[in-house]
Ligand binder design. Structure first.
Ligand code: HEM
Length: 565
């Protein structure tokens, strides 16, 4: 006999006994008993169904990586993950599912998608079959309020035109000259004086200010002066951060839900609307100022920053681009150039504090490069203790570049990215995709896959990027921090130069130590780029002259690390 049915019978019988004994009603005892019996059976049935559904849903985890609930799909697990660390959660699922799985959202939602971190699939969608994997309508719609038709959020001709124009600018000698000039000014006239006067700082905030000023200078020819004495309050910065955070939330909500919230102006959507207003105010001001300056400039002094070039172009109808489109260009380039390298540098400083031997090797490398200088015309102070790095010296910093790449492998500035399938297709790993399906590639998870990086994938080991002491790049489909294929990051070379220049200038002068008293642990925030949720509160400890000399001594003596791998 089934033990379950026996216990259910006893329960029913007991209930009926109590019901008949204590009832004072005039209803016939038999019909009351029947009614009660029916109630209890329904209750039991519901409990039995719930138990069955729970067991069945939880068992789905074995095959699908995540429990799948009726109606809700995998949403409950996602909602739970959003509250902790969504990137770690995604990595665990992907490791368990050999690199690819299908996320099933609630039946009424638009959340279904294939998620992958398999390099073969990533090469397939970013390069081999690029034409059938655009960003797609879902992605564009979700990001439209913030990014409009800018380069990150455009497909086909709209994207091609922006890419071509920006690419010519980014590869010009003038651009290179502008980047090294602006960086020199920002680091030596603003960053270092600010660090000089502060002991405990939020380094992420300082770096965001630096890269914001830098991208505005090189892309729009304006200097917002965000990094300066007393660190002025910049309403744009807060608005922009809030806007990227609220926009990212849309990706974990059913489309109808955020649209409803938007039309009712509620919750995160209310915050998004307000913050976009702050972003627009800044972009409008940049465009207005630039237009005014342009009308006053003579032919000779005409500038050639990216915004000015776009202002001179015409659309398909022969009309000048609208202010709205120029606004989109501004916002997209700020997202590209401000957030990415500053958050990467923040994770870098956090990682090297945990790995002091890496910091030592960077110091030895810098000292070795400075040793090779021709000292003529410089004082010892300028040469050895307050050096201004030259572009050719920055280029030689192979170990530093390896440490930055290792940072981006583990903490990529863009942790996940999205595509849509235009026609039925099959991934190299055998996953079948249907027209219209969404695809996410999990760049953060890639750095945690033993199948890609080996058993020590979780270790911070810059040496994995060196061959014979020289930095060696990896395939863009294994190291996808800068994307790959036709949409490879346009600012990659500039970003490495900028990060190396800033990192070397700081490390040479300071030991950067986490301020443990300053509160919560370091963890990523869920936004479009991987900000540190609570910033990076650090103490800046100035290196003494004997300490720096000690590194020079180590160079002379043939230091144990000889810049080899
Ligand atoms: C550590 C620094 C950086 C990282 C990790 C990074 C990463 C990326 C990634 C992942 C994409 C692809 C985004 C997508 O298509 O959804 C991208 C695109 C792009 N990046 Fe970067 N980026 C960095 C710095 C920069 C800088 C400093 C600039 C410019 C000042 C820049 C300009 C661009 C542009 C214009 C695109 C769009 C390319 C296209 O869609 O054709 N990036 N970047």
């Amino acid at each position: 006999m089934n033990p379950n049915s026996s216990s259910s019978y006893n329960l029913t019988a007991t209930a009926v006994f109590f019901s008949s004994s204590y009832s004072g009603s005039d209803e016939p005892l038999f019909s009351r008993r029947l009614l009660f019996l029916r109630d209890v059976q329904i209750l039991e049935l519901l409990i039995a169904i719930s138990v069955f559904v729970t067991i069945h849903s939880l068992r789905q985890k074995k095959h699908q990586g995540i429990p799948v609930w009726p109606f809700l799909g995998m949403l409950p697990s996602l909602a739970f993950a959003v509250r902790s660390n969504i990137y770690e959660w995604l990595s665990e699922v992907l490791i368990h599912q050999d690199g690819t799985f299908r996320f099933r959202g609630p039946w009424f939602s638009s959340l279904n998608s294939v998620i992958t971190c398999d390099p073969r699939n990533i090469e397939h969608l970013l390069k081999t079959r690029f034409s059938i994997y655009p960003k797609g309508s879902y992605f564009r719609e979700t990001l439209r309020d913030l990014l409009g038709d800018g380069i990150f959020n455009a497909d086909q001709e709209k994207w091609q035109r922006q890419r071509k124009t920006a690419s010519v600018e980014f590869h010009s000698a003038k651009f290179r000259q502008l980047t090294s000039q602006s960086l020199h000014e920002l680091v030596h006239d603003r960053l270092l004086p600010v660090l000089e006067t502060s002991e405990t700082i939020d380094l992420q905030d300082i770096l965001l200010r630096l890269t914001f000023d830098n991208v505005c200078m090189i892309a729009f020819g304006v200097d917002p002066g965000c990094l300066g004495p007393n660190l002025p309050e910049i309403p744009f910065a807060k608005a922009f951060e809030d806007a990227t955070e609220a926009t990212a939330l849309r990706f974990v909500m059913p489309t109808f839900a955020w649209k409803l919230m938007r039309s009712l102006n509620l919750g995160a959507e209310k915050k998004l609307k307000e913050s976009i207003k702050g972003v627009d105010d800044f972009a409008d001001e940049v465009i207005r100022t630039r237009k005014k300056e342009l009308s006053l400039e003579t032919e000779i002094e005409k500038r050639s920053d990216l915004l000015t070039i776009f202002m001179g172009l015409r659309d398909d109808n022969g009309d000048k681009f609208s202010d709205k489109f120029l606004r989109d260009i501004c916002v997209n380039f700020i997202l590209a150039g401000r957030d990415t390298s500053s958050v990467a540098l923040s994770w870098f400083f956090w990682l090297i504090e945990k790995n002091p031997e890496v910091e030592e090797r960077i110091m030895v490398e810098i000292c070795k490069i400075l040793e090779q200088r021709d000292h003529q015309g410089y004082t010892e102070e300028e040469m050895d203790y307050e050096p201004v790095f030259r572009p050719e010296e920055v280029k030689k910093m192979d170990y530093l570049q390896a440490a930055l790449s290792e940072t981006l492998r583990l903490y990529p500035s863009v942790p996940v990215d999205h595509k849509e399938v235009l026609e039925d297709d099959v991934f190299p790993d055998g996953t079948k995709l249907q027209k219209g399906e969404k695809v996410m590639y999990a760049i953060y998870a890639m750095g945690r896959m033993e199948t890609i990086w080996g058993k020590d994938c979780l270790e911070f080991r810059p040496e994995r990027w060196l061959r014979g002491g020289r930095y060696m790049s990896e395939s863009a489909y294994k190291f996808t921090a800068f994307n790959g294929g036709p949409r490879l990051c346009l600012g990659k070379d500039f970003a490495y130069y900028q990060m190396k220049y800033v990192a070397a200038a700081i490390i040479y002068r300071y030991r950067v130590r986490i301020d443990v008293k300053s509160g919560p642990k370091v963890e990523p925030k869920m936004a479009l780029t991987m900000y540190m949720k609570h910033g990076l509160k650090v103490n800046m400890i100035k290196r003494s002259v004997p300490e720096i000399d000690n590194y020079y001594d180590q160079c002379h003596k043939g230091y144990k690390y000889n810049n080899g791998d």
